[in-house]
Design a protein around this ligand. Structure first.
Ligand code: HEC
Length: 108
């Protein structure tokens, strides 16, 4: 992984971001976009982790990675992101368009 990503991830956990996301009880989400903006997008929309939108990623793969984690990405437990919310999120990501412009200063 790139050093910038490691730094950003360290920063994210220091800021209590991950714990903050975990305090969000299952069923509290206002929809896939809310989940994306409050959790995934923090890394995936900020150039820390690969962009997921507009890639047609299979929902099954997204669900597996979210439950099991992937390298530096933490797994999400059903108590923080319920199965229904996860299914809706995976669908939303799979059908999403790529963001209009690349994130500013994405680390190379
Ligand atoms: C703390 C940062 C962080 C958060 C939050 C996060 N991820 Fe990730 N995710 C990563 C990193 C870093 C990778 C890439 C790991 C690697 O390639 O080494 C990754 C990889 C992935 C991949 C594989 C991407 C690919 O190119 O194959 C998927 C799918 C994914 N994440 C989905 C999600 C979803 C959905 C959420 C929200 C529920 C989420 N992630 C939240 C950091 C994060």
């Amino acid at each position: 992984m790139r050093p910038a990503a490691v730094f950003a991830l360290a920063l994210a956990s220091t800021a209590g971001f991950v714990t903050g996301a975990r305090a969000q009880a299952a069923g509290q989400w206002r929809g896939p976009e809310h989940v994306w903006e409050s959790t995934c997008g923090y890394c995936h929309g900020a150039g820390v982790a690969p962009e997921l939108r507009g890639r047609g990623l299979p929902p099954a793969l997204i669900k597996k990675i979210v439950r099991e984690g992937y390298a530096a990405m933490p797994p999400f437990h059903p108590s923080e992101l319920g199965d229904q919310d996860l299914a809706a999120l995976a669908d939303w990501i799979a059908k999403s368009q790529a963001p209009p412009k690349p994130p500013a200063e994405a680390p190379k």
